[in-house]
Design a protein around this ligand. Structure first.
Ligand code: ADP
Ligand code: MG
Length: 327
């Protein structure tokens, strides 16, 4: 049976690249970068809560890092370093091999260096901390949305939630639609390049992890503004458009979560710059609403006639009641 130190040496120790000192000492050493602040974020995945027992280890390694890189993207930070705290029920080398394969493939794609962590026995839990670099005055905060700004969304929301609904037997997907949605659930690609390109353009940004309306609500709250979201303008994947259950499709679109797209605001005169960067990066950016007059923190989803839609409360629980609730 491999010891804790065998595991660290075998699976987590790689030659240092950017770091001054990596895995193996009491601390890693990283140098500050001129003009930049470190953006730091932690996200944890717990078995039974964020993933099922028996989940594919390589996909877990990818996703655990991807959700963290998504936070850096939403801040406009360039990925630099990661630490990995891992609790495992047993020293399962097959699992470790696959997990690190998924982790390092994504880490290499985004030039992230694993510089430390902790390994212990316990219920399977993956906690990653990422560090990125961003000039502090260019960081994309949640609080910068201003009256008149456009609200934009990258890609489309709802597909990961639709995959989950399929796995739970609430809908039946097949073929290309199923493959597309499962990939969106298990192998999200963080919008790192978009986040970097939005420096100096976006007035605020957030990554969509808890559901589109809930996360846009965070921008509204932090910025002290109201936001109108135009339901008909929301981008929908082919799979979501083909979903026969209209109620489920709406729920996935507005409240599904696990999308890891970026929602951001930008002043209306920046519209052509946003469109140009979408073309340059080869991705879809859609104007889905605007910062509106209304109670601070209020997100309204408007129908085609411009009237606020009444939404099911379920799925918005973490978004809370009262003034900040979606109408
Ligand atoms: P300490 O007792 O000082 O916390 P550890 O024995 O926990 O040290 O870890 C030894 C070294 O291995 C440290 O540099 C630590 O950062 C690194 N390390 C431990 N677990 C991991 C892991 N899962 N991923 C990356 N590095 C790790
Ligand atoms: Mg330790």
């Amino acid at each position: 049976m491999a010891s804790e130190f065998d595991i660290i040496r075998r699976y987590f120790t790689r030659p240092v690249k950017r770091a001054l000192l990596g895995v193996g000492d009491d601390c890693a050493l990283v140098a500050p970068e001129a003009g930049a602040a470190f953006a730091v974020s932690t996200d944890m995945l717990v078995e039974g809560r964020h993933f099922l027992a028996g989940a594919d280890a390589a996909q877990l390694g990818h996703k655990a890092l991807a959700v963290n890189l998504s936070d850096l993207a939403a801040m406009g930070a360039a990925p630099r370093y990661a630490t990995l705290a891992l609790a495992l029920p047993a020293a399962d080398e097959r699992w470790l091999e696959q997990f690190t394969q998924g982790f390092f493939r994504l880490a290499d794609a985004f030039d992230v260096e694993l510089i430390g962590g902790d390994t212990t026995r316990g219920p399977r839990t993956i906690s990653i901390t990422v560090l990125g670099a961003v000039p502090p005055e260019q960081a994309l905060r949640r609080g910068g949305a201003r009256a008149g700004d456009d609200l934009w969304l990258s890609g489309a929301s709802g597909d990961a939630a639709l995959a989950l609904a399929h796995l739970e037997g609430r809908v039946q997907l097949s073929g290309a639609a199923l493959a597309h949605c499962l990939a969106r659930l298990h192998a999200p690609v963080p919008c790192v390049r978009l986040g970097l390109a939005l420096r100096g353009i976006a007035s605020s940004a957030i990554d969509v992890s808890d559901g589109l309306v809930a996360d846009v609500g965070h921008i509204a709250e932090c910025s002290g503004v109201a936001v109108d979201l135009r339901y008909a303008a929301l981008p929908r994947s082919r799979a979501l458009r083909a979903c026969a259950d209209a109620r489920l499709a709406q729920e996935c679109l507005l409240a599904g979560g696990d999308d890891y797209e970026l929602a951001f605001t930008a002043a209306a005169p920046a519209r052509s710059r946003v469109e140009a960067l979408a073309a340059g990066l080869g991705l879809t950016l859609t104007r889905i609403g605007s910062v509106a007059a209304g109670a601070p923190g209020l997100v309204s989803v408007l129908d085609a006639a411009g009237a606020p839609m009444r939404l099911e409360r379920r799925g918005y629980d973490h978004f809370g009641g009262g003034e900040s609730a979606a109408t």
